[in-house]
Unconditional design. Structure first.
Length: 382
């Protein structure tokens, strides 16, 4: 196989089984203090013809994979045994084809348009790409993309509706915070009101909206305002999904220098959980689904539908906060080391014993540095 198509560096966790089609390269803003994904990379819009060529390449690869299925006796089906056979026997495939294999195995239902802000395209150009994708793969039911609120706020509702009719199902927007001083400090390049305007336009258009928020982004100085103002903005938008992320600062992020200088003081895990509780407490009058779909989140189980499950979310947080300090440390290490998925796992004797052994080893080899080790474990997941 000689076909290949271009792939971007990231996608939302919810798009793990989606076909990835790169529409732009990198991020046109690229100044956020807490992001390192595109730093040093130039933004560019890929020509429509180039993107369509990639879609054609995917179509050819799909045909070749199905031909292999026939060749190996699977009758054109993309089953688990067939996928395992290809991978275990190292059958030559073009770049990105493993993702296509997973997409075929999952039923070819979802597609994600990469990179960071595809609504910067002319609306007609994006419509052409969407239509081509839908016409080439009629099985696709959902097409999603990242976008900046600033860009979306400049689109008309009519433009967004046209994108929806062409096949755009969901827009992922990084709200992060609704507190203007923090938005400015983190160089987001957008205001809370622009976030509200963008979110409302998406909702009015009928396109599904995911708003991302970052726990811990306010640090010790602005954590309370960060939680309350973020809730205020979300209440006015009422997105379909509120997706939670937890701040982790790497050396490659501009924010690292502020942390190093002592200008920005990071919250600890327990403080972040208190912040998350304050956020949820102030979410009112919405019908959003609260989603904790990222490995960096301490409490993955804090998920549910508003308003009916709000009390459940608060109870899950309180359950963690009511643990003893020793139990919380055990859970934090176990979660970051991959032993635990929820606080319930503390009741599993074997898992807990393994974490206790690891904790004693850390305390023996790195006295007083348990928190630092846990922080380093978090950094390894980015």
């Amino acid at each position: 196989m000689e076909d290949a198509f271009e792939q971007g560096p990231i996608r939302p966790p919810s798009e793990a089984q989606s076909l990835l089609i790169r529409v732009t390269r990198n991020c046109p803003w690229n100044r956020c203090e807490f992001c390192h994904t595109y730093k040093g990379q130039k933004f560019s819009i890929r020509p429509v013809a180039e993107v369509k060529k990639d879609i054609d390449a995917v179509k050819r690869i799909v045909g070749e994979i199905k031909a292999l299925s026939w060749q190996y006796g699977f009758g054109g089906e993309i089953s688990a045994p067939f996928v395992n056979l290809l991978l275990q026997n190292h059958v030559p495939l073009p770049d990105g084809s493993q993702g296509i294999l997973l997409w075929l195995y999952a039923g070819c239902k979802n597609a994600f348009l990469q990179d960071g802000n595809n609504l910067i395209l002319k609306t007609d150009d994006l419509i052409e790409i969407l239509r081509t994708l839908k016409e080439t793969f009629p099985s696709v039911e959902r097409i999603t993309t990242y976008a900046r609120a600033k860009t979306v706020s400049k689109k008309t509702v009519e433009e967004l509706q046209a994108l929806g009719r062409a096949g755009l199902s969901r827009i992922h927007i990084g709200l992060e915070t609704g507190y203007d001083p923090l938005l400015e400090y983190m160089k987001k390049g957008v205001t809370a009101e622009e976030h509200i305007e963008a979110g409302r336009k998406v909702k009015q258009s009928g396109i599904s909206l995911s708003e991302y928020v970052i726990l811990g982004l306010g640090g010790k100085k602005m954590w309370r305002e960060h939680a309350i103002e973020r809730a205020r903005v979300l209440n006015q938008i009422d997105p379909d999904f509120i997706r939670v992320r937890t701040l982790t600062v790497l050396r490659t992020m501009p924010l690292y220098e502020k942390v190093k200088r002592g200008e920005f003081a990071l919250l600890g895990d327990d403080e972040i959980v208190v912040e998350e509780r304050l956020l949820i407490e102030h979410l009112e009058g919405i019908t959003s689904t609260f989603v904790s779909d990222h490995i960096l989140n301490l409490l993955e189980e804090v998920e549910g539908k508003f308003p009916e499950e709000k009390s459940k979310l608060l109870a899950l947080i309180d359950r963690y906060l009511h643990l003893s300090p020793g139990e919380r440390t055990n859970y934090r290490l176990g979660r970051r080391a991959g032993f635990y998925r929820s606080v319930d796992d503390l009741t599993h004797p074997e898992l807990r014993a393994q974490v206790e052994v690891a904790l004693k080893q850390i305390e023996s080899e790195h006295p007083g540095r348990v928190d630092q080790v846990i922080s380093e474990l978090m950094g390894s997941f980015i």
